[in-house]
Ligand binder design. Structure first.
Ligand code: DGT
Length: 230
């Protein structure tokens, strides 16, 4: 006879041995992805994988994010190719818990950021072709698991003000038009389904709300995420 506790821990083990329930947290720059992940830190069955921005800011001493913002035509390709690598590493990382919560994914890198660089001519068509072949290879040959996408939907002018307030040095010259373009690309991917690939069902949350009200909004996603934490 198994005790209740033993059965529970068996479920936990089998749940994560098969594979974790995997959630991508997506949304424009400044939409509160990091805050959303922090909300779930209190639950022990969830592994949080925050975006590797610090790695992008320091690769052997080089700040690729800064180089990219200062001279996008020159550094866009290098930056996006490193973003792909760090994203792939996150997708592949095994977790000790039944739920894995990831900030962004290689899909938003491709369908939002690379797409923007291609459309605006920042990437040469040949550079875009190389990144796109890598993307196709990775998504076709390596199984990238996703069970749910939480889309933190925002209004461009709202996140624009937040970005100015938080004053991340690299983002100081980001124009509102860039934020608007990224907004449209997120909507095209997650709401209008313009790309073949939307790897999981999408839960849309109102992320315009300010910090005092956002916890209630975040809570709306708890049952979908936590019921998987057996
Ligand atoms: P949060 O917590 O919602 O405020 O999220 P952020 O703004 O810390 O994170 P994110 O991913 O929206 O933006 C990170 C910075 O990297 C931002 O300046 C945009 C820039 N970036 C350029 N290309 C890419 C890309 O392919 N992927 C991601 N994630 N960021 C990129």
């Amino acid at each position: 006879l198994f005790s209740h506790k033993a059965v529970r821990s068996y479920h936990k083990m089998s749940a994560h041995k098969s594979r974790p329930f995997t959630v991508f947290v997506e949304g424009n720059i400044g939409s509160g992805k990091t805050t959303f992940l922090e909300h779930f830190r209190r639950f022990e069955d969830i592994t949080l994988l925050t975006e590797p921005v610090e790695e992008w800011r320091n690769l052997k001493g080089w700040n690729l994010l800064d180089l990219m913002y200062k001279d996008p035509s020159k550094w866009g390709m290098t930056f996006q190719s490193y973003v792909s690598l760090t994203m792939l590493e996150m997708h592949q990382r095994s977790t000790p818990t039944p739920v894995k919560l990831m900030e962004r994914s290689m899909f938003s890198a491709r369908y939002c950021f690379v797409e923007h660089m291609m459309r605006s001519g920042i990437l040469h068509p040949a550079e875009f072709a190389v990144l796109d072949e890598w993307f196709k290879f990775m998504t076709n040959q390596i199984h990238i698991d996703a069970d749910l996408i939480v889309y933190l939907k925002t209004t461009p002018s709202v996140v624009y003000e937040r970005i100015k307030k938080r004053a991340r040095s690299e983002e100081q010259c980001v124009p509102l038009s860039y934020i608007e373009e990224l907004h449209t690309l997120h909507e095209d991917w997650l709401i209008n389904r313009k790309h073949a690939e939307c790897p999981a069902p999408v839960l849309v949350l109102d992320a315009d709300l300010d910090l005092s009200q956002i916890t209630e909004e975040y809570k709306k996603s708890e049952h979908q995420i936590l019921r998987k934490a057996v």
